[in-house]
Design a binder for this molecule. Structure first.
Ligand code: NAD
Length: 731
């Protein structure tokens, strides 16, 4: 065996180490999975072996899950299986790991999983097939079943063993929501048996093996540990019904993986284990065959991973590795950016107009670090080191020697020009200057720069510590070297970069803006606001468009609209939104959530919100009851409007890589994950069908639904964004 080694001691305990060659982290490749079969043969065949400990030979985790990169071809094949023979073959393929894990479970000798680091998905399922699980005591270790979050179902026994082990009530959220938990939480829930210091892991496993006595007696005839009660009972029925209802009310049928998981659990708990596992394999295939699984695996796993690694970077140039950075403006964004630097080990000068403001920005980062220590996510030592990396200052002279500066002062052209000049006077000729502007075109801002080739937009999202996306904006004069350096920088601070060309609203705000604008169009047409926001949530967006406008802040929307009208003309402005928002802000002082008054009124104690009654005077509702046709029309308008704008961005060369467009949409503004992003959505619908629906929407509601030439071409040629070579216009 190449990926699995066995070492048997005099005590008859086999120490089995997983070390998948060619992978930085253990993942379940086809070769590794096959070796599990040989492992079982060896453990069974060697009479000297009394029990086994399965552990990782790598220091960064147990097993991270199935190797989806390698499996992409298989998944594509399974997806299109349709004849009886193809389907049977696909189910058998899907069941291969599951069968091998069942063989471990029914080996007749006790097996312990000794887990020193993360165990996710298939990795956690390997552990569940063991008879005892001991985990290193480290709150950073993640244990769980994230399959549902990428449109899949735990297909190697997870849906069968977990409910049997810990009961339905505890198992369902883990399987349906896919959120991993820490070792202590897993212990509390009951799917690990012991949490011990990392150094004691193997000894603890051994001690259990040597004390277990007759192993078979501890499991039922079918070879799994008996749960506390029968998994399926009248209480179980109630739990299932509750879970079903909750799923319907929160995911509106958008996530077939969750439905399949629920069915696999429901059906599986009523039959013996082996039958349950067969049901699971079939349900796994059903899930894989949904368009949601295709789109989600691609965007949320493959593309996300590729972008997070910085694929597509032209080789040859040395990686940009900033040691010292400057951040101009210690407000909400600047403070967050400096904090991200400190965590990544980059010394940072954080500058504001007076020392108190600079100190306040630093304190924000310090507080986040303290919180991480309290929650056990960071050691005190690392937090102290990070704190020491931020130097709060008012002196631009302190920027000397910085490799990169991020400007995050007020959104004001003249002020940004002034700080650009002040910083460049001190910086070396190789330094990168990044502006965090959210609305001002990069080309205009670069006019203030002595070295516009080193000037680039680096657009963070708020709150910086939680938002993973960073939009890198290439101005007309930005050099390739600067784009690469900016990409390296974003990766270095652990964020996901997308690269876009300069355009009004760049990519993210431009497309996101259409969602809000469409909500206001509907409001102006007389559709009741509650219907608009409800259907918005039903599409899978985190909030309805009107609620979101309150969150963004109505005065900001008003300001951006007016700036756009001044720069580009009123044709570029969303008129319905402008009319209503202008009155809300300028006549009524309703700024949105931030002053507790917007489209909604917000309770002062933060307990909730109610629709503002006065809105009915501004936009009298004439459509107050919803029927299925209206709901469907609203749903289409909200989704299509965004997807068409994203396609326009590709057509105009604002964004070149569909993966970046899709990942960006999901990470930046919560475009529904089930779609895999706006371009994946068009692909799933099929460009021709999409175009026909868009044409109808354009006829009924106006040119904002007119599709761009590239999409028309895809529709005519039955092309796809993910196959068609995407044209990238020169910046
Ligand atoms: P903010 O008002 O919280 O902070 C701006 C800071 O800049 C203030 O502390 C101010 O004192 C400081 N400042 C003003 N003049 C300065 C000078 N000459 N030198 C140094 N500091 C100076 O604003 P923010 O929300 O952090 O936004 C900053 C920038 O980031 C803006 O361009 C904004 O458009 C952009 N942005 C904001 C968000 C967001 O959600 N708030 C998101 C992305 C980008």
């Amino acid at each position: 065996m190449q990926h699995i080694s066995i070492e048997t001691g005099a005590d008859g305990i086999a120490l089995v180490r997983f070390d998948v060659i060619g992978r930085t982290m253990n993942t379940i490749t086809a070769a590794f999975s096959q070796e599990l079969e040989q492992l079982v043969e060896r453990l069974k065949g060697d009479a000297a072996i009394k029990g086994a400990i399965l552990t990782s030979g790598k220091d960064n985790g147990f097993i991270a899950g199935a190797d989806l990169v390698e499996m992409e071809g298989d998944i594509a094949r399974w997806r299109v299986a349709s004849t009886q023979e193809e389907l049977a073959g696909a189910v058998a393929d899907c069941a291969s790991l599951s069968r091998r894990l069942r063989a471990i479970e029914t080996l007749g000798k006790p097996v312990v999983a000794a887990i020193s680091g993360l165990a996710l998905g298939g990795g956690m399922e390997v552990a569940l097939a063991c008879h005892y699980r001991v985990v290193a005591d480290n709150p950073k270790i993640q244990l769980g079943f994230p399959e549902a979050t990428i449109g899949l179902l735990p297909g190697a026994g997870g849906t069968q063993r977990l409910p049997r082990l810990i009961g339905l009530q505890a198992a369902l959220p883990l399987l349906l929501q896919g959120k991993p938990v820490s070792p202590t939480k897993a212990l509390e829930l009951g799917f690990v048996d012991a949490v011990v210091p990392a150094a004691d892991l193997i000894e603890t496993a051994k001690a259990w093996l040597l004390s277990v006595g007759d192993p078979v007696a501890r499991w039922d005839r079918k070879g799994f540990k008996l749960p506390g009660g029968a998994p399926y009972s009248s209480a179980g029925q109630q739990i299932m019904a509750g879970a079903n209802a909750m799923l319907r009310s929160t995911s509106y049928g958008n996530y077939p993986a969750q439905e399949q998981i629920l069915k696999a659990v429901f059906e599986g708990t009523q039959v013996p284990m082996d039958a349950g596992l067969r049901i699971e394999s079939r349900r796994f295939l059903n899930t894989v065959q949904t368009p949601q699984a295709e789109a989600m695996v691609r965007t949320l796993f493959l593309s996300m991973q590729a972008l997070g690694k910085g694929q597509g970077r032209a080789t040859g140039r040395e990686r940009f590795d900033p040691r010292k950075a400057g951040v101009l403006g210690a407000g909400m964004m600047g403070a967050g950016i400096a904090h991200a630097h400190a965590l990544a080990g980059i010394d940072t000068v954080l500058i504001d107009v007076d020392q108190a403001a600079a100190d306040k920005g630093k304190a924000h980062g310090d507080n986040l670090l303290d919180k991480a220590v309290r929650q056990g996510r960071l050691s005190q030592e690392k937090a102290d080191a990070a704190k020491a990396r931020i130097c709060a200052s008012t002196d631009y002279g302190d920027l000397a020697g910085a490799d990169i500066v991020i400007e995050a002062v007020f959104e004001n052209r003249a002020l940004k020009a002034e700080v650009t000049r002040k910083a460049e006077a001190v910086l070396g000729s190789n330094a990168i200057f990044g502006s965090n502007t959210s609305t001002l075109p990069i080309d205009g801002l670069a006019d203030a720069s002595q070295r516009p080739e080193s000037f680039v937009g680096i657009h963070f999202f708020s709150p910086v510590d939680r938002m993973r996306l960073v939009e890198i904006i290439r101005g007309k004069r930005t050099s390739d070297a600067t784009i690469e350096a900016a990409t390296d920088y974003v990766l270095r601070i652990g964020k996901v970069p997308i690269i876009v060309n300069d355009s009004r609203g760049f990519y993210t705000s431009r497309v996101f803006g259409t969602y809000i604008a469409e909500g206001y169009e509907m409001l102006a047409e007389g559709i009741a606001p509650a219907i608009i926001d409800n259907v918005g949530r039903m599409t899978g967006m985190p909030r309805g468009p009107l609620e979101l406008s309150d969150d963004v802040a109505l005065d900001l929307l008003d300001k951006v609209t007016k700036q756009t009208a001044a720069d580009l003309g009123s044709a570029y402005v969303a008129k319905a939104q402008d009319g209503i928002v202008d009155r809300l802000v300028n006549q009524l002082g309703r700024l949105g959530r931030k002053n507790g008054r917007g489209v909604y009124d917000y309770a002062q104690d933060g307990s909730g919100k109610t629709l503002w009654a006065g809105l009915a005077d501004l936009a009298p509702p004439s459509i107050v009851s919803s029927d299925a046709a209206l709901v469907e029309r609203i749903r289409l308008r909200l989704l299509y409007r965004q997807a068409i704008e994203a396609a326009r961005c590709v057509d105009e060369g604002v964004i070149g890589d569909p993966r970046q467009a899709d990942v960006g949409a999901i990470l930046a503004w919560g475009f529904p994950a089930w779609t895999g992003g706006p371009l994946s959505f068009i692909d799933s619908v099929g460009a021709a069908t999409f175009a026909a629906v868009a044409d109808e929407l354009a006829r009924d509601h106006g040119d904002r639904f007119a599709i761009p030439p590239l999409l028309r071409k895809l529709a005519e040629e039955r092309g796809r964004f993910y196959e068609a070579p995407i044209r990238q216009k020169a910046a």
